[in-house]
Design a protein around this ligand. Structure first.
Ligand SMILES: [Zn+2]
Length: 347
């Protein structure tokens, strides 16, 4: 006898790679596939590839049939969520104005729930990750990756702004006249605290160094210098690499200080691939938050690494780089039409 399992398809669309996962109602991932995002091939080709991948992932196992209730997709912002249309995306050049939600529905014949990737990550961290057992109903989430996204749950509701472009802290200017951002402004938080920003900070540190350092050697190496490599050097205690993360943490802290001063949130979660370097940048980050936010100085926990009720807790993501994918998969499981956040009951 064949058993039918309702499943949700989550998609985490990124500027570098795209992940597709099939989840059961307990949010366990049953199958998944990652692929390179072929940005230059254009969004229509990407949607075709997503649809083919979904078809192949939805083939059930022996004796099991998957019945998809829908697709949730997290995309880099800004997005016009009301109309399901991508905005001018610095990390997906040429995709602006693309009606992602409608095209994916046409290609898959499944209902599609579109969210910004950072909102999806915020929902996942709130329901299943860092906030799960803390009893807070407001969180801010930053995702540090190819770009810097941010998402907000305010009093139990996802904050979307007027048409869905709310929560783009990555394009808040933290240094007037600073580095040029893909969005056209100068000195955006993203230019310093994305993966590319970290590499650029490393170049700046290496160039200002007299003599040679391991960091400088790594940067002139013929292979592409990655944030991971800078992290490995910092882990080895290489002084120049440590200074890179000091600068990174300071910039991130300034952005977070402005956020805390604006919203007085009980919880801020920092995720995305670059956040795995947390041990190297946390001290500088907390220092900059303290220096730049009176609200934080008044509301900081006695130990910055320990959650305290009615205090502002800043912590790394619990779900790692899967938060966006899990959050996207949660969307179709919303238990009532129009609910802002799905009610999930986990064992
Ligand atoms: Zn920008």
């Amino acid at each position: 006898m064949t058993k039918t399992i309702p499943v949700s398809v989550g998609i985490d669309l990124g500027g570098t790679s795209t992940r597709v996962g099939v989840f059961n109602p307990q949010l366990e991932m049953l199958r998944s596939e990652s692929m390179h995002t072929q940005v230059s091939a254009g969004p229509d080709a990407a949607v075709k590839l997503m649809a083919r991948t979904i078809d192949s992932l939805l083939i059930g196992a022996e004796g099991v049939r998957y019945e998809a209730v829908g697709i949730g997709i997290g995309s880099p912002g800004p997005i016009n969520l009301r109309d399901g249309i991508l905005g001018k995306l610095p990390n997906l050049p040429g995709w602006d104005g693309f009606p992602l939600r409608d095209r994916l529905e046409e290609a898959t014949h499944l209902p599609v729930h579109l969210e910004s990737d950072a909102n999806a990550a915020a929902i996942a961290e709130w329901k299943l990750g860092a906030a799960r057992d803390l009893g807070v109903d407001s969180i801010g989430m930053l995702t540090l990756g190819t770009g810097v996204g941010s998402g907000f749950i305010l009093s139990g509701k996802v904050w979307h702004g007027i048409v869905g472009m709310g929560g783009e802290l990555g394009h808040a200017v933290i240094k007037p006249g600073g580095w040029l951002c893909g969005c056209g402004s100068q000195g955006c938080l993203e230019t310093y605290t994305s993966a590319q920003g970290l590499v650029r900070l490393a170049r700046e540190v290496a160039e200002s160094d007299e003599g040679t350092s391991e960091l400088r050697n790594a940067l002139v190496a013929p292979d592409h210098t990655t944030p991971q490599k800078i992290g490995l050097l910092a882990g080895d205690g290489e002084p120049a690499a440590r200074r890179v993360f000091d600068g990174f943490g300071e910039k991130l802290g300034i952005g977070l200080a402005n956020l805390i001063s604006t919203l007085d949130l009980p919880l801020i979660v920092v995720g995305g691939g670059v956040a795995s370097a947390w041990p190297f940048f946390a001290d500088a980050m907390f220092g900059a938050i303290r220096d730049n936010s009176l609200v934080y100085r008044l509301a900081m926990p006695r130990q910055v690494a320990t959650f305290e009720q009615d205090r502002t807790f800043v912590c790394p993501a619990a779900l790692g780089s899967s938060a966006g994918l899990i959050g996207a998969a949660l969307l179709p499981f919303m238990n009532e039409a129009g609910a802002d956040v799905p009610a999930v009951h986990m064992a």
